[in-house]
Write a protein that binds this ligand. Sequence first.
Ligand code: ZN
Length: 275
Amino acid sequence: MPVSLDKLCIHTITTKSWNLETATKKYSASGVKGISIWLDSAHAYKGGIKAAGEMVRSEGLDIVSYVRGGFFPALELSDRQKAIDENKIVIDEAAELNAPLIVLVVGATPGQSLCESRRQIADGIAAVLPHAEAAGVKLGIEPLHPMHADSRSAVSTMAQANTMCDSIDHSHLGIVLDVYHVWWDDQLEEQIRIAGEKGRLFAFHICDWKNQPEHPLNDRGLMGEGVIDIPQIRSWANESGFSGFEEVEIFSNKYWAMDQDEYLELIKQSFLQTV
Ligand code: ZN
């Protein structure tokens, strides 16, 4: 399936130094059609969250997702309840923005097993799903690379995410596929197919895994700069029925430090080159 800039969405964190209004205007002027808004950029918008959503749409951009909720597990029950309460606030904010999806970085807690963290994650998601459904907002579990299993995500694979979605079984719960986190998985094709069949492949995040990254978190590459076969993974997603935005989400000290207008051009070029 041909992909043009019409499917290109950028996460506000990617151009971190631009505030929401600047990012919106720059993306829109350059032909980008979608934006995924991180909490900090929405919170910093002076007119409030509802006005932020209106401003973005008035510039012709679709709001693809609100990033991020999650972090459900904790050693203490009171902290798990606090996480549930905070996620309900994030859901309310997504509804105010009129964002259809919240990306969940589900969390993990040092000092307890991954199995226990996964149980708490499932309990936390189940506790907030009625609130999400009432608000008209979907939740997407984003499996993170296992290097983050210590404290960011006890869900590392698409298979684990599919299993969790099966056990909770709710129309408003699905999966966010981020190539950076799951490109290495030998079950990836099969698990994308399953997610597609079950109507739960909600979002597709792209960037690249550089050979020998210089920083464990903040040295992600532009598409085509690293080792991920993005066209292959895209084709699996498309074959499974996914036709939504492709969301560029890059944490990079190097790219954050460069001229952001030039960087935006590089993002567009690298996106088109992987098509
Ligand atoms: Zn992502």
